[in-house]
Design a protein around this ligand. Structure first.
Ligand SMILES: C[S@@+](CC[C@H](N)C(=O)[O-])C[C@H]1O[C@@H](n2cnc3c(N)ncnc32)[C@H](O)[C@@H]1O
Length: 256
């Protein structure tokens, strides 16, 4: 992904004190770990709705370059298994060692559909900007993901999506300004918070504790600000002007 990072803007926006935990991290470091979203902002708001306690076993699934795993370990003193099918576990290990977190974070290259963990192993599971890659079909959550968290444990997810589902005949019925991003931003995998809530509930294994788009316009605004910081060639948030796209936040609790 060719980008044109604006570090001056990054240093200004990433000092936003509405995100007191994220503020502690260097903007250069956050930008260097970019995988398409403002991970720490999203994670900070997600964790406000989760009951993370020191020593818990947490899976960060689709962890990318492990920035989120590092944040979880440092901020909540949890143990993190940082799993991704495409990012090298050795590269992530180097990043983990640089932070001195070798005793707390365990990087692993694995596909989300072949998780090498026992059932009921994790106290919590976190997926930031990753579930839409592998969890939209009807088998995955019920048979692969939910059994890996203990009964009573939480799964927290943030995904890019729409405020409401588009109806009718795709692509004719989606707004013209979004059509151009169908392939490049994988819009065919995006859904609304309501869609994800129903998708989770269909498993009959969980309660949905949160299904929203973050407070106020924050889901959209963080998308826009990160897009401006990184300088992606796709200007989807800018073009959308807050009408359709956002980040959706879901917190699930396993009950069966
Ligand atoms: C958009 S990136 C987000 C990464 C990270 N969570 C972050 O916030 O920076 C999505 C990640 O999901 C990973 N991913 C996609 N499909 C996967 C799969 N089937 N199994 C494991 N990881 C997967 C990708 O390799 C990528 O690193």
């Amino acid at each position: 992904m060719a980008t044109n990072v604006n570090m001056e803007l990054a240093r200004k926006l990433l000092r936003n004190e509405d995100f007191p935990r994220t503020c502690k991290y260097e903007p250069d470091w956050m930008v260097s770990l970019d995988m398409g979203c403002p991970t720490l902002w999203l994670l900070e708001r997600l964790c406000e709705k989760m009951d993370l306690k020191p020593g818990m076993r947490v899976l960060d699934l689709g962890c990318g370059k492990a920035g989120g795993a590092i944040f979880l370990a440092k901020e909540f003193d949890v143990q993190v298994w940082a799993v991704d099918n495409a990012v090298s576990q050795t590269e992530n290990w180097e990043r983990i060692k640089q932070m001195g977190l070798e005793a707390q974070i365990f990087p692993l290259r694995s596909d989300a559909r072949e998780l090498p963990f026992p059932k009921d192993f994790f106290d919590a599971i976190i997926c930031v900007n990753s579930l839409f890659f592998f969890a939209t079909e009807d088998i995955y959550l019920k048979h692969h993901l939910i059994p890996r968290v203990k009964l009573g444990g939480q799964i927290g997810s943030v995904v890019p999506g729409f405020y409401t589902e588009f109806q009718g005949t795709l692509l004719d019925d989606i707004p013209a300004h979004l059509r151009q991003y169908w392939e490049s931003c994988m819009l065919y995998t995006w859904h609304s918070a309501e869609w994800w809530k129903r998708h989770w509930l269909k498993t009959e294994q969980v309660e949905v504790e949160v299904a929203d788009n973050f407070p106020d316009k924050e889901g959209y605004l963080t998308y826009l600000e990160w897009e401006r910081i990184i300088g992606y060639p796709e200007k989807i948030a800018q073009d959308d002007e807050g009408r359709n796209i956002t980040f959706s936040r879901l917190v699930i609790r396993r009950r069966r």
